[in-house]
Write a protein that binds this ligand. Structure first.
Ligand code: FES
Ligand code: FES
Length: 161
């Protein structure tokens, strides 16, 4: 076991981890931050996506020790300072971008990273960017719509599912 320290949602945290401890495990079991979901543990579903130094990363295939000193952001850190939903979260709610909600934290984190890099993505770019995020409810249409709406684009041409 070794001590690892990092910043999570603006707060300094530390804990004891094994070399094999995954970031998703550290967040969920070490810090009790269960908003980051684990749907496959094999880097396929994207439910576990968090930001590490501003980049979307699958935390189920990232060792906690490798993140030492980094700035991590999870879904728990996505709301505005006053507790209201961030633009991307509000767009998911407004456009019904979720059904069971299991994939939603990863979708939101991936989408937020996309919009940070590309504030006005096309529908094709959104779909391409979210290829690493699986929604088992197959609710992709409204997820894409929510991301486009969050970017301030007119989604009137995209028919509701
Ligand atoms: S739990 Fe990480 S990609 Fe599925
Ligand atoms: S909303 Fe059900 S898996 Fe995505």
């Amino acid at each position: 076991m070794a001590k690892v320290s990092m910043t999570v949602n603006g707060k300094s945290v530390s804990g004891e981890v094994e070399g094999r401890t995954l970031l998703s495990t550290f967040l969920r079991e070490g810090l009790g931050m269960t908003g980051t979901h684990v749907g496959c543990d094999t880097s396929q579903c994207g439910a576990c996506v968090v930001h590490i130094d501003g980049k979307a990363v699958k935390s189920c295939t990232t060792f906690a020790q490798d993140v030492a000193g980094a700035e991590v952001k999870t879904i728990e850190g996505m709301a505005n300072a006053d507790g209201s939903l961030s633009t991307i979260q509000q767009a998911f709610q407004d456009h019904h971008g979720l059904q069971c909600g299991f994939c939603t934290p990863g979708m939101v984190m991936s989408a937020a990273a996309l919009l940070a890099d590309n504030p006005k993505p096309t529908e094709a770019e959104v779909r391409h960017h979210l290829e690493g995020n699986i929604c088992r409810c197959t609710g992709y249409h409204n997820i894409v719509k929510a991301v486009l709406a969050a970017s301030g684009q007119d989604v009137g041409q995209i028919a509701a599912e």
